[in-house]
Design a protein around this ligand. Structure first.
Ligand code: ADP
Length: 478
């Protein structure tokens, strides 16, 4: 199978969140299963020539290679992508995001005709290979790539080359839809007839994700529970109707975790490597983390870790209400994250008030993140909704018991045997569950057994990629 993966961020080139991890890992797993994959993403300012051994293909197209021979094509356009941020800066989203990602989507489709899939034969003068190979599947991710299925059907349907290419749209978080004012519609280069209920219109605005959902062959989300949840009013962010209409084409596949990066046995960032056989060594990491975070070095006190965007989605509304009560318990709490200013301020105030309990780090820091996963006893992730979630998968592998709200991917991966889970989204339930977890921590032998058990769970990309292959086959046979 020939698969093109289109995403606006891909590890190791550009990352703001979990999407990049998925878009970087799934192609490697598919290649491992013998499939042919290429990736297309915008060439952001941060993607440097020397770091990624980038080669030039055409004036506006360069490429790099990951895995064995996965070509990663970069679409270059200085006016759109040569900026510090991917989607915005301190003052918010870039004003021209519609144009930026519409350009990216169109150029991706055109590029297919100019290359020979994974064997670029294009000349600098732009000569088109005589019989360019094309993908069977275009797998697009989130709103930034959602115009690809729209353009494919609306602009290119009559061209022989594009016929029979199937599209799958993976929705990583339905809260981000790419909404723009109606007045910008002409910039898309689409006929106004598509600005309607069955097309890109959403309550008088343009909704790019909705366009993708209407035009793609299969809609997919990143966990089975989330695929059900988003068909309800509570979780659908207004798109539940579209999903209901297409419910026979809506699926959920749990993300895998890249165990070559997230493995306590080989992790280069942590003080002491360990496995389920040498779990005692995990506590060396706990001490090291307490030292690093300037907390009292105490092995007998449960250490709670958070690595997260500071946003309501991640549970910070109930956490902000509960934190005072939590700080009065016998525990320590390390928080790493950035996000809403509101939560920065609340957490700063609490960290000042409880310096022996809270260690606060308002930044993005990969190394510290690894140390928190390894050194903590409990990983706090009370997300209000969670499409899949990587934090709980990572913490399981590190023998750090996840404490989560029962939603989306958290409900699919955490249970009472491998963590702590509450099913009413209130500060009281959160406090109660933290209490329960700290109480359970007192039985050190039992705790160790639980941690060892948690480390056995396997959410590999190979498993996930096999399920994606089934989905691709389904799309192809339609
Ligand atoms: P999201 O909704 O933010 O994508 P996920 O749980 O799916 O949530 O993925 C978040 C990823 O980003 C995880 O790998 C997590 O460890 C990482 N991460 C989040 N915040 C930070 C931070 N401040 N520093 C380092 N890593 C972070």
């Amino acid at each position: 199978m020939k698969i093109l993966l289109a995403a606006s961020e891909v590890v190791p080139f550009a990352k703001t969140g979990g999407l990049a991890d998925v878009a970087g890992a799934l192609p490697l797993a598919l290649e491992g299963l013998g499939e042919e994959v290429i990736i297309v993403l915008p060439r952001y300012k941060t993607i440097s020539d020397s770091k990624f051994k980038i080669q030039r293909l055409k004036e506006d197209i360069s490429y790099s290679v990951i895995g064995n021979k996965i070509k990663v094509y970069f679409i270059e356009n200085d006016a759109y992508f040569n900026r510090d941020g991917l989607y915005g800066d301190k003052s918010g989203d870039y004003k021209d995001n519609l144009e930026r990602f519409s350009y990216y989507s169109k150029r991706t489709l055109q590029l297919l005709k100019e290359i020979n899939f994974s064997r670029p034969t294009v000349t600098m003068s732009g000569g088109i290979p005589p019989k360019a190979e094309k993908p069977d599947i275009i797998h697009v991710h989130d709103w930034q790539a959602s115009l690809i299925p729209v353009y494919l059907k609306a602009l290119y349907a009559d061209e022989d080359f594009y016929r029979n290419i199937k599209t799958i749209l993976t929705v990583h978080n339905i809260g981000y839809q790419g909404l723009f004012p109606k007045e910008e519609f002409p910039k898309l280069g689409l006929d106004w007839s598509l600005f309607n209920m069955e097309g890109l219109e959403f309550y008088g605005k343009i909704n790019i994700l909705k366009g993708g959902m209407e035009f793609c062959d299969i809609i997919n989300t990143v966990s089975p529970t989330y695929s059900e949840e988003i068909q309800s009013k509570e979780f659908g962010f207004g798109l539940e109707g579209v999903l209901n209409k297409r419910r026979n084409s809506v699926f959920g596949i749990l993300n895998g975790l890249d165990y070559s990066i997230w493995n306590p046995q080989t992790d280069k960032f942590i003080a002491r490597n360990y496995s389920s056989q040498t779990i005692e060594d995990k506590y060396k990491n706990k001490e090291d983390l307490q030292r690093l975070c300037r907390l009292p070095i105490r092995i007998d006190v449960p250490l709670l870790g958070i690595v997260s965007r500071l946003a309501e989605q991640k549970g910070f509304d109930i956490l902000a209400e509960a934190i005072e009560s939590i700080c009065k318990m016998e525990l320590q709490l390390i928080i790493l994250g950035t996000g809403d200013l509101k939560y920065h301020l609340i957490l700063e105030e609490k960290a000042k008030k409880y310096p022996k309990v809270i260690s606060l780090h308002l930044k993005f820091d990969d190394v510290l993140a690894h140390n928190i996963y390894a050194g903590s006893d409990i990983f706090l992730m009370p997300s209000k909704y969670e499409p899949c979630g990587l934090g709980q998968l990572i913490s399981l592998r590190y023998g750090t018991m996840p404490l989560v709200f029962k939603t989306g991917g958290l409900a699919d991966t955490v249970n009472k045997d491998n963590g702590f889970i509450f099913d009413k989204y209130t500060k009281e339930e959160l406090i109660k569950t933290v209490k329960k977890a700290t109480k359970a921590f007192e039985n050190r032998e039992r705790w160790k057994e639980m941690a060892i058990g948690a480390m056995q769970y396997n959410f590999s990309w190979e498993q996930a990629a096999k399920k994606y292959l089934q989905l691709y086959a389904k799309a192809k046979s339609q």
